[in-house]
Design a protein around this ligand. Structure first.
Ligand code: SF4
Ligand code: SF4
Length: 543
């Protein structure tokens, strides 16, 4: 069985299927894990406090909490108070968070000059005019397949990244992670780090406690409102909407969405936090199929760490593991899990436990990397003293690497060759045709001409496919007359709907071979000479 397949089933499976103490196939490493643990010790090593904590979302706890009849799906929520940690991965997370927040809040305010007739907001989802603007790109409602293409590209990129390095999206860039991180930062700023927050939570209600809790929630609500506000700015000119919001003249839908997004941001980022990742998000379940034994995942190296236990001054490191059981990896974990239990569904691969453990290893003078990004293959090979280098190129990663440029290439080709004059022709179904008093026949059509350019275009409408030798067909634009068919103005960024009659005189009708004659409606741009053709039929009485 694949080492990581337990993740498909859940945290329960993960420990027993991989390096877990309760696993049926107890290995040498497994036996190490059940070795000594000095729970009575206050210091894990000289000067290093042993955190008196159990993983909130641990397998053992989940089992002991489970009712005997196994009928309840309810899991009681235990608040997690992640401790501040310093290190490379924390710095990367700060950097990603700052970039993500700056981009999210700032993008609606970025301007892009598209000329006087068009909005100057760089990124605008202009649903009112059925268009999406991304800088120089302009996607019309008829071209929504480009959005589908972008989503396909994003999915393939996510699959590739997950196959290579697990849930890096979840750990670093997912909005739930970014906003939860921001909210925890606020909480820490107002209430202090982990120990102070726990102390405050347990303390009786005083004015100071009320002030700190109220200030935390008030700041969360402000951030949530700014988040909801920023989102609605993507759908309407941001500076205008900003003024409208505060003057009470914004569309009511803007207020509705502002409230909805404010409330959801507050609930998900401030209150639900890791519960969203564990219980609400489908991605942890899907990711089991995304990575394999060669994917780099945040892993505890039990062969090196076990048997764990406190390390006293002057003690030898021989015959024992490097893990001093300080539980710093547990107290910094935003998901409340103990990475030493093995790979778990709840782990978002944020690598904060790596930073925490590396800092401990530095303090006790042992090499870093007791917790590190590693592959299942390499962890297994380590049991027999071997190593397996990371295989970046594997069938699944090669497949994604091939598919991404193909999709990108197809989209680029489609975009470069996209029509800037769209024509749609719809023939009347009832009546199929009209007999004219002079013996001729007339068919009616709805012709829609969409001008995607930013200047007025003059077009001519004609027809091909009807016999001209015995009586030329005429094209008439209702309300404008036959002559107007040769010079019709279509305003910039506009769709012009034309009611078109195509008539064939009696002499022409007798020359038709069938009552259904394929025709081509031709729309010619009189400015640049480009021609757009659309096929249809001309119906007439049976010859
Ligand atoms: S793995 Fe590292 S941080 Fe975690 S308990 Fe062991 S020594 Fe401490
Ligand atoms: S176990 Fe480590 S990588 Fe996983 S969520 Fe916790 S801190 Fe992040």
């Amino acid at each position: 069985m694949c080492c990581c397949s337990g993740l498909l089933i859940g945290a329960d499976m993960s420990v027993s299927s991989h390096n877990g103490p309760q696993g049926s196939d107890t290995s040498a490493i497994d036996r190490f894990i059940v070795a000594k643990s000095d729970s009575a010790s206050i210091e894990a090593a000289p000067g290093i406090e042993r955190a008196n904590v159990a993983a909130v979302n641990s397998k053992a706890k989940a089992k002991s909490d489970k009712p005997s009849d196994d009928s309840s799906l309810y899991a009681e929520h235990t608040k997690i108070h992640p401790k501040r940690v310093y290190g490379m991965f924390r710095n990367i997370k700060w950097a990603v968070m700052i970039v993500a927040l700056v981009v999210y809040y700032g993008l609606p305010w970025l301007r892009w000059n598209r000329g006087p007739a068009l909005p100057d907001q760089a990124v605008l989802f202009d649903f009112e005019n059925q268009r999406l603007f991304f800088g120089p790109l302009e996607i019309w409602a008829q071209e929504f397949y480009y959005v589908t293409g972008i989503l396909v590209l994003a999915s393939l990129s996510l699959f590739l990244v997950t196959a290579l390095a697990g849930r890096v999206w979840c750990g670093y860039a997912c909005p739930q992670t970014v906003w939860t991180d921001l909210f925890v930062w606020v909480e820490r700023f107002v209430q202090g780090d982990r120990n102070q927050r726990i102390k405050l939570e347990k303390a009786p209600w005083t004015f100071d406690k009320f002030r700190k809790i109220a200030l935390t929630h008030f700041t969360w609500l402000l951030i949530s409102a700014a988040t909801g506000g920023a989102l609605v700015f993507y759908f309407r000119d941001a500076p205008t909407l900003f003024v409208e919001m505060f003057s009470g003249t914004a569309p009511s839908i803007a207020y509705v969405f502002l409230i909805v997004f404010t409330v959801t941001t507050y609930l998900l980022g401030g209150l639900a936090r890791e519960q969203v990742c564990i219980y609400m998000c489908p991605w942890p379940r899907i990711q089991g199929a995304m990575f394999d034994d060669h994917s780099l995942l945040v892993s505890y190296r039990p062969l090196r760490g076990e048997p764990r236990g406190a390390h006293k001054k002057g003690d030898s490191w021989d015959g024992r593991g490097d893990c001093i059981d300080c539980k710093q990896c547990v107290v910094v974990c935003p998901m409340g899990i103990d990475i030493r239990e093995g790979p778990q569904l709840a782990c978002i691969q944020c690598a904060l436990c790596i930073d925490a453990c590396d800092a401990i290893m530095d303090k006790v003078g042992r090499p870093r990397g007791l917790i590190a990004y590693d592959t299942f293959e390499n962890l297994e090979a380590a049991k027999t003293g071997g190593t397996v280098p990371v295989q970046w190129l594997r069938p699944r990663t090669i497949l994604y690497m091939v598919l991404i440029p193909i999709v990108l290439g197809l989209m680029t080709y489609g975009w470069v060759n996209r029509a800037v004059l769209e024509v749609n022709v719809l023939r009347d179904r009832n009546p199929l045709f009209v007999n004219l008093s002079d013996g001729g026949v007339r068919n009616g059509y709805d012709v829609k001409v969409l001008n995607k350019r930013h200047d007025t275009r003059r077009v001519a409408v004609s027809v091909e496919g009807l016999p001209a030798r015995a009586g030329a067909p005429t094209v008439e634009i209702v309300g404008l007359g036959p002559a107007a068919a040769q010079a019709i103005d279509v305003a910039p960024d506009n769709l012009r709907a034309l009611r078109v009659y195509i008539s064939l005189p009696a002499a022409g009708i007798t020359a038709l071979a069938s009552d259904v004659t394929p025709i081509t409606v031709v729309v010619k741009d009189l400015g640049d000479g480009t021609v757009t053709r659309r096929t249809s039929n001309f119906r007439s009485p049976r010859p």
